[in-house]
Design a protein around this ligand. Structure first.
Ligand SMILES: *Cc1c(COP(=O)(O)O)cnc(C)c1O
Length: 466
């Protein structure tokens, strides 16, 4: 309780859920604060048969679609760009960068093709090179790690905090060697990392911090936006993300020199500010080309207008859903660090305890939940033993730059073992962010469906075995 916030100030009494869900029995809340009066409100008429066993699903209605596109407010800007014929990077991308920086309260922002390349460019221009070790979490999307490999560096995995699912600051220092150059906290699922402790360790050991905020748009830690606390922060605007453009990404930082270099690097190494179409500017540094287009920026500008409101809705619904789920045995939602003032909730996660569901395996639980009309997934699988790492180690570039024992894959896998992450990968259940954008009754449906499965877990397990 002292280390984490157990509930984000949700003030919704359990009673309202029981009234609206109509599927619970008092027995479900043995550990809770259910009073006799509450149990009288319970209607058990549709509690009998779970949908997977042929009953009526808790929900048939569609969930909030993603992305949300409102032609009346969103379209004109995009149409204007298309008709202008100015499609390569120009004023619209610059405007998007300004607006994104303003939304985050950071000095500079550079838009690029995607979040993966935002990380590649930021790492590169923070001078991460072959031989350097970068501390990364194992509970992340593969792009965090490939960005490290793309720069020839070595990912070193730091296990997660089992309550928050984020890189555990207590486990960082044991992984630091003379080769360590950077820490890459990933605000995974849109839940912020414990940045005070991470920054303190980075200062102590003179390490660079690159925040992977690709799932953490407008999340806040100590009143500061995720992505603006380290040396640089990286964002993704891929279709599923909370600010969707289809593809797109951004690097943000207060460091002008760094941002000038990043700009050059994403545009052939031409000097900062060089316009698209200028071919004789002369390059003094090696670069690549990962520019955003004008119509992508136009989509981003249109949707950015709704991001703040949507983020508030996700936070309110997540807090409410968390409070409803906390009464169901075997469902253990995420915790947030005390300094987290806002999360992004790119995903809503909880741990599923098979034992509390009569031994019903997670896969069968997910099937039963989908049958009730609630989309869900099991999330990430273990990342730090996958063959893409071995493939990188076997490349000429790595073979020429690292000692043989550093590239011994079995040894690497053993050294990078993250038991807490392995456990989480086996237990996690996710709901996607768009499910948190509907009315509160959508949250009631999720909780009711899970409660119904819990009540019928034995029957569902037996049916699954047949
Ligand atoms: C999506 C994502 C990325 C990569 O972003 P893209 O735009 O898809 O390239 C990187 N890190 C994390 C944590 C992500 O979720």
């Amino acid at each position: 309780m002292d280390k984490y916030i157990s509930s984000e100030g949700a003030s919704h009494p359990r009673r309202s859920f029981l009234k609206s869900s109509g599927v619970l029995t008092a027995g479900l809340f043995l550990g809770g604060s259910l009073k006799a009066a509450d149990s009288l409100q319970i209607n058990t008429t549709n509690a009998a048969v779970p949908a997977i066993l042929g009953g009526e699903p808790v929900r048939r209605a569609a969930w909030t679609k993603w992305p949300i596109w409102k032609p009346e407010t969103d379209e004109q800007r995009v149409v204007d760009v298309i008709r202008s014929g100015i499609w390569s990077r120009a004023a619209m991308v610059t405007e998007f960068e300004k607006e994104w920086a303003a939304a985050l309260g950071v000095k500079r922002s550079l838009a690029v093709v995607n979040g993966t390349n935002a990380l590649v460019v930021a790492l590169n221009q923070l001078h991460i090179r072959t031989g350097d070790e970068i501390l990364v979490p194992p509970y992340t999307f593969i792009a965090s790690i490939t960005a490290v490999l793309s720069n020839g560096a070595m990912p070193v995995f730091v296990d997660i905090d089992p309550e928050t699912y984020q890189m555990d600051p207590a486990k960082i220092e044991a992984k630091i060697t003379p080769r360590t150059k950077a820490i890459m906290p990933v605000h995974i699922l849109g839940l912020p990392c414990d940045m005070d402790r991470i920054m303190a360790i980075a200062r102590k050991h003179n390490l660079v911090v690159i925040e992977d905020a690709c799932q953490a748009h407008l999340a806040e830690y100590g009143g500061k936006k995720a992505g603006t606390i380290g040396n640089a922060g990286c964002f993704s605007f891929q279709n599923s993300k909370n600010l969707p453009i289809g593809e797109g990404g951004a690097i943000v930082s207060d460091d002008d020199a760094l941002m000038d270099r990043c700009f050059s690097y994403q545009n052939y190494g031409y000097p900062y500010g060089t316009s698209v179409g200028v071919v004789g500017a002369g390059s003094s540094m090696q670069g690549t080309k990962v520019r955003l287009t004008e119509y992508q920026a136009a989509i981003g500008l249109s949707l950015l207008k709704r991001l703040d409101g949507e983020t508030t809705t996700r936070n309110n619904n997540a807090a409410y859903l968390k409070s409803q789920l906390s009464g169901i045995p075997g469902v253990r939602p995420y915790k947030l660090y005390p300094k987290v003032t806002r999360a992004a909730f790119h995903l809503f996660p909880f741990r599923y305890d098979q034992q509390a569901f009569k031994g019903l395996p997670r896969e069968e639980f997910l099937k039963a939940l989908r049958a009730e009309g609630v989309p869900c997934s099991s999330g990430y699988t273990v990342l730090n033993n996958q063959l893409f790492l071995k493939d990188a180690f076997e490349s000429k570039a790595y073979q020429n730059s690292y000692k043989k024992e550093q590239l011994d894959f079995d040894r690497y896998v053993a050294d990078n073992k993250c038991p807490e992450n392995e456990k989480l990968c086996k237990e996690a259940v996710w709901f996607t962010q768009n499910m948190l954008l509907g009315p509160k009754t959508d949250m009631d449906d999720i909780a009711a469906a899970i409660a119904r499965i819990h009540k019928n877990a034995e029957k569902i397990k037996l049916a699954a075995k047949k």
